[in-house]
Ligand binder design. Structure first.
Ligand SMILES: Cc1ncc(COP(=O)(O)O)c(C=O)c1O
Length: 423
């Protein structure tokens, strides 16, 4: 079959909703400076869809640091890969401070988190090595694993029995190939909000010989006594052999870093293809990153405010009767029984009638058959934002229970003659 013909026939699990939802549910355009109140299609909305946990994206000191750096160096300095012509004192300084912050010997900056993670995995394992990873891992981990030509095993999400079983399998293979084992998980699973079971997995090091790589995108800056992340929160930061976080969440920027023992980070620096063969992180992001990290370190009250908001929002939703799963982080999922169309009708009602903007998340971002509204509380949300949001969720609870959105869905599908494949 012609490739384009196949694509026309099957636009993919999300692509099938493009005509129905583009510009509204997917690729929505929000206006105004980023923050808890923004505009959507001309209406004021309380905005719950940015991973700006600490509210630094619009912080005056951060904006000034970014602007000053851009004025001095331009937006895109350095014009080259680190290894070629992109090294600066500021890159090295940020690496030193990041390593200290996450309690590791050494750190290395990555120009983007996604590509960075793909290359970390690619560089760490050879053909004789075996990867064991959580089946719900972020797409960047999945893509990194795809490059691996040796054996890989997934374990059931956060399931220790399954971890152990797959470590046994991996140990058998590794003993035949003479390779090692890399276990990959996340500090926080960013859609459902559960922490990876780092402590329990680390305890398995006494039974199995493996190295642990953790993507702590949502834990960095939000968890732990100093904000060093999920490992610190669980008391096992020292057991994480290779620590990764993006700057796209608490650091309110772009770029990422990897941290660990000096010699391993040195090895990665020379072997991560997406970093060797691509432009380095730009100066405004590096100098701006130093400012963001300073705020993370010196203003614990911002993290305290974030958590105050998290507790208020999550307790309020649970008290109304919503199922928010077993999140033990800032990520706040509201699980919806039903189809994506029903969930989108509910989210439309929230936006249009109550001025509440949340995202609807379904497969392939989360496992098949699951739908959730995802709310990200930040340090900048106010009590009024939370109270108004809870009042709106209380108002729609009954409609949801009595099948109002299900009926809306049926009407819409019939009137517009729409059919979607179940996902
Ligand atoms: C868990 C996780 N890992 C990696 C990434 C990718 O990071 P970046 O946006 O810096 O490419 C993200 C998304 O930002 C993420 O949520």
């Amino acid at each position: 079959m012609d490739i384009f013909e196949r694509i026309r026939q099957n636009p993919g699990p999300l692509g099938q909703f493009a005509d129905y939802g583009e510009g509204y549910f997917v690729f929505p355009k929000l206006d105004g400076p980023i923050g808890p109140r923004m505009k959507f299609q001309g209406k004021d909305v309380i905005f719950w869809s940015a991973n700006d946990y600490l509210g630094l994206c619009n912080h005056p000191e951060v904006k000034k640091a970014d602007a000053d750096a851009a004025a001095e160096y331009g937006m895109f300095y350095p014009m080259g890969a680190r290894a070629m012509s992109g090294e600066t004192d500021q890159h090295q300084q940020l690496e030193k401070e990041l390593a200290e912050f996450v309690q590791k010997e050494s750190a290395y900056l990555l120009n983007f988190g996604y590509q960075g993670m793909v290359s970390i995995i690619d560089a760490l394992v050879g053909k004789n090595d075996v990867i064991v990873y959580d089946v719900d891992s972020h797409a960047c981990i999945v893509d990194g694993v795809r490059l691996h030509i040796g054996k890989r095993f997934t374990y059931r999400h956060n399931d220790l029995e399954s971890v152990e079983k797959n470590l046994q399998r991996a140990t058998k293979v590794a003993s035949e190939t003479g390779g090692g084992i890399l276990l990959i998980t996340e500090g926080v699973f960013g859609m459902r909000g559960q922490q990876g079971k780092l402590k329990e997995i680390a305890a398995l090091k006494s039974k199995f010989n493996f190295r642990m790589l953790v993507d702590d995108a949502h834990g960095f800056g939000t968890l732990g006594t100093t904000g060093a992340g999920a490992g610190e929160e669980q008391g096992v930061q020292d057991q994480i052999d290779v620590y990764f976080s993006t700057f796209a969440k608490s650091m309110a920027g772009f770029g990422a870093f990897v941290a660990g023992d000096k010699e391993i980070i040195r090895y990665l620096k020379y072997n991560m293809r997406s970093q060797i063969f691509a432009k380095s992180l730009t100066m405004p992001m590096v100098i701006g990153g130093l400012k963001r990290l300073e705020l993370l370190r010196t203003r614990p009250e911002i993290r305290a405010k974030l958590w105050e908001n998290v507790v208020k929002l999550q307790t309020g939703l649970k008290n109304i009767g919503y199922n928010i799963g077993d999140t033990n982080t800032c990520v706040t999922p509201v699980f919806i029984q039903g189809s994506p169309v029903e969930a989108t009708q509910l989210s439309k009602d929230l936006r249009e009638e109550y001025g509440i903007f949340t995202s609807v998340v379904s497969y392939p971002v989360i496992p098949k058959g699951m739908i959730l509204l995802r709310l990200i509380p930040t340090a900048s949300h106010t009590d009024a934002d939370i109270n108004e949001t809870l009042a709106a969720f209380a108002a729609i609870y009954e409609k949801l229970e009595n099948g109002y959105y299900k009926k809306l869905e049926q009407k819409l599908l019939e009137e517009q003659n729409l059919t979607f494949k179940p996902i």
